[in-house]
Design a protein. Structure first.
Length: 496
């Protein structure tokens, strides 16, 4: 940090190891390595950069070639960042059950997202990628099998850990596993350069595939079969429905000292504790790994140094069980605080009752504005016309409704740059205020007839009176006209 970077890609890695002060036994030193400091907020930025640069070096990835990968999200987000920066088209294949934020982020970064049925599980996503590779000649990083995944962690994550603990020594390193790139790469380096560090690996208690001792079977084509001990679990990004090769290799090389089963509810509690007691805002698999680290801390000798991996940011889980207990509305306690002072509450109006009426001073209307309003009205007899403000929430909702219903419309944004010169927008508004005896914006016309503002249009729609008005003027619409128009308003604008 604190120097000039040549591109966003140079900011991948070098994440901080931070001491925990308010959770767990005091007799040990518990540190967390916060991977959300990576540019896209997860450990998978390392993998994304690692596999793509490896493929560029070896020549298997050609300039401009499309990249396709199966991912639960974070790899997709990391790949989308790297592909955006380097100019590769990207297609991500994702099971439908992963959080919506991930899909939308990947699309925001310019990539495509192909969904697969959740019943087909992780193996279904991979099979779909194989089909796409065969059909289109795209390149797949194969995050579960590509040695460059674990190598990137050996070269970066492990080196950072060894450097950070060079002076004080590291007694325990705690991780979970998804692709097992982190586990595979870091455990190899630790065994070599810090052989006394105990490697502790967490997995969901209801889905212990490593702990089962049952080895992983593959199909004749090399693809993984579903492990018999796999069960759906809470920790997105953790334990797929098979044992990936890097975890298999770590087991065979005896690079794992202990397996720790993690309870889902305790994982959620730990994720919230990290946020609320340490100000460390991370995702469910981070809380789950931290749950394992706390168990290690309980039995570790006094003065032990423990490092726990935190793979990603909590912002990726707003729509998941992690946030289930976090409500949008005020709790009883919050309502009590709101009611502890007189104004600005929902149960008492703040507007003074006896406000004197403002005297009406009918100003001179601008002749050019009068002519412009007449001409705009004249030209828009066969569609909906809205005098509006560019970014007003009500105007925005009306636009959304009209677009959803395929109703042809024109909006005249009176505050847009085009209407600012000589207060042209203000002069037009003065004409509208007087002609319609209507003080607010938007002002909406259906086929030349003034109907009022946004909620007036919505009320007409709700009452079923909009359809005959449109039909009478041959203005088309679709079946969305039957939807509750208020659903187009943001929730906080819904009338109470
Ligand atoms: N947690 C989350 C949220 C992840 O996305 C991943 C990666 N799938 C992991 C943990 C595990 O990391 P790795 O793939 O390196 O084992």
């Amino acid at each position: 940090m604190g120097h000039l970077y040549q591109s966003i890609l140079d900011t991948v890695g070098n994440t901080p190891a931070v001491k925990i002060n308010n959770i767990g036994p005091e007799k040990v030193n518990l540190y967390v390595k916060i991977e959300s400091f990576n540019p896209m907020g997860s450990v998978k930025d390392r993998l994304a950069l690692g596999v793509i640069e490896d493929a560029e070096r070896s020549g298997v990835l050609k300039p401009g070639q499309t990249i396709v990968e199966a991912t639960s999200g974070n790899t997709g987000i990391g790949l989308a960042m790297v592909c955006a920066q380097k100019g590769y088209p990207l297609v991500i294949v994702m099971a439908e059950n992963f959080s919506i934020e991930r899909r939308r982020m990947i699309r925001f970064l310019g990539a495509k997202v192909i969904l697969t049925p959740s019943s087909d599980m992780g193996t279904g996503m991979i099979a779909k990628v194989n089909e796409l590779v065969e059909t289109h000649g795209w390149w797949q990083p194969s995050q579960f099998d590509n040695p460059a995944n674990a190598e990137m962690h050996e070269r970066t994550t492990a080196v950072e850990i060894l450097d950070d603990f060079a002076e004080i020594g590291l007694d325990y390193w705690v991780t979970g596993f998804g692709t097992s790139g982190t586990l595979g790469g870091v455990s190899r380096a630790l065994r070599q350069k810090s052989p006394d560090t105990k490697i502790m690996v967490c997995e969901p208690d209801n889905s212990q595939i490593l702990g089962s001792g049952i080895s992983q079977q593959r199909n004749p084509d090399g693809t993984y079969q579903t492990h018999p001990n796999f069960r759906p679990h809470l920790m997105q990004g953790w334990s797929p429905n098979f044992i990936p090769r890097f975890a298999e290799e770590a087991m065979e090389a005896k690079n794992i000292d202990e397996l720790i089963p993690i309870n889902g509810n305790f994982a959620i509690q730990c994720t919230m504790d990290l946020a609320q007691k340490e100000g460390i805002f991370v995702g469910t698999s981070s809380g789950a790994t931290f749950a394992g680290a706390l168990q290690v801390a309980e039995t570790a000798p006094e003065g032990s140094n423990i490092l726990c991996m935190l793979p990603d940011t909590g912002e990726r889980y707003l729509s998941t069980p992690l946030f289930e207990s976090i409500v949008e509305d005020m709790s009883d306690e919050e309502i009590e605080i709101s009611r502890s002072t007189p104004g600005y509450r929902f149960d008492v109006s703040t507007v003074p009752v006896d406000e004197p009426e403002k005297p009406e001073v009918p100003g001179e209307l601008d002749p050019a504005a009068l002519a412009e309003v007449a001409s705009i009205l004249e030209q828009n007899q066969e569609q909906v016309l809205m005098f509006s403000l560019e970014w007003c929430e009500f105007c925005w909702s009306v636009r959304k409704m009209l677009a959803a219903c395929d109703i042809p419309y024109v909006t005249v944004d009176l505050d847009s740059v085009a209407f600012q010169e000589n207060d042209r927008g203000g002069k037009i508004l003065a004409v509208l205020n007087q002609q319609n005896d209507w003080p607010t914006i938007p002002q909406i016309y259906v086929g030349g007839e003034f109907v009022g503002g946004a909620t007036d249009l919505f009320d007409i729609g709700k009452a079923g009176e909009l359809q005959p008005k449109l039909s009478a003027r041959n203005i088309p619409y679709n079946e969305s006209i039957n939807r509750d128009p208020y659903s187009f308003l943001p929730a906080w604008l819904h009338p109470r």
